[in-house]
Ligand binder design. Sequence first.
Ligand code: BES
Ligand code: MN
Ligand code: ZN
Length: 500
Amino acid sequence: MEIRFQNLGHEHWKAEVMLAPACEGENLPKCCPELDKAAPWLAVAPALRDFKGKSEELALLHGHPELPVPRVLAVGLGPRERVSVDGLRKAIAHAVQHCHKKGFASILLPEPALASLPGGRERLIEECVCAALLALHRFSALKKTSADTPDPQWLALGFDGKSTPDEAHAAARRGEHAGEAVMLARTLANMPANLLSPEDMAGKARELAEEYGFRCTVLDENDLAKENMGALLAVGQGSVRPSRLVILEHAPKEHAGDNPLILVGKGVTFDSGGLSIKPASNMHQMKGDMAGAAIVLATVAALAREGAPRRVVGLMACAENMPGGRATRPGDIVKAANGDSIEILNTDAEGRLALCDALCYAQKHWTPVAIVDIATLTGACAVALGGEVAGLFSNDEALAERLRAAGGVCGENNWRLPLWQPYMEHLKSEVADIANIGPREGGAINAALFLRHFVADAIPWAHLDIAGVDWTDKNTPLCPRGTSAFGARTLLELARGGTQ
Ligand code: BES
Ligand code: MN
Ligand code: ZN
């Protein structure tokens, strides 16, 4: 769906349907003078008689000679004192899905209707655009073309001035880029593992680098061996598909010499558990174990696309965790890129192995202003926090606060968990410098502590564990069943807002 602007004044607004988001118990919002003039008629319009403005409520009105559009879709927001950006996002998505079902080809969102809602004008514009795009997104690449009604062709933001302020334009474009980044990450993470290997991830990265103009370098298994990345290599050695480290870089001219923000993503294209094999039920979900890497790729692509004034490096640690004849055995000891030996007591704790080498690489080749890694890392995090809030770990207060705020404004909430130092005890190995698992209890913390072991204290670092939030079992207005790419918007927001 294309995002358009109609900024010649309300007399010129045109679309098959206009959305009118309304608070519970209130009249329809002031969208344009015509709608206000039509208010007495609306008050008695049969379609609105039962409309209370409760959240999830919709009512479609047809035909009034005063109105610039043939239909108005009243969209309930719930009571004004409880209206939030999260609620507005869902309501807009719900309404756009309804328009799709009805077969409307074009939708108008009048910007004046947002004026009385909390959140700030530009934020609301960005969120509405992003929500409208996500509402229509489906993973349909592998299905025969369905008889589904086509998507609406465009959504226009209606401005009632003689011109659209640049800030409103920019906000809408941010929403569009954010929505498209999430959709890209979802498409990749929903792709089955037989169709998306570590090499395919690298191929996709190269393609996007070409399209949006950022740098992309791929390290193959020989390169990884030269970099002494024994941990990442260990994850992939039971698979016939070789591992890759994909290095992305967005470095606009004026910032080419800056120290970069570095984003690191877990890119396990399938996690069978390896020889410590997983139970059969739900194993298919492990095709999404590369969501972190997909999110990093989508974020860097979005930043390059909008020419963000900041140097950002993305590292995608890609491998397939399989129990083949060359697979790592429990008890094997490997060497990470920093020279530390790791005793692999459970081959299913592979994400931290892939990530630790990428973290070493980040510190060897750059002086990062900050490193943020994102990974579907532990079932324990899902148990601790459930399906709606991600785990956040950090060695730096300011970075943690920025990530909390970034997640909060875009509907991807995270909650800080402690890097509880005494638990480091549990990662001690009899025979190596560190073991790759601790006890089941505190599993998300143990994994985060393992990662921190590979990061210098002086470098602001944060880790987002998205294992619990990356998969949704039911369709919601903003996300169909499958992978959610939770965290893509957070990283984009962080990189846009500026880390130091
Ligand atoms: N990819 C999984 C974590 C995961 C679980 C993601 C469920 C999404 C949904 C990770 O590699 C894993 O297997 N972790 C183990 C660690 C354990 C062996 C210490 C886990 O959480 O059970
Ligand atoms: Mn695993
Ligand atoms: Zn995994």
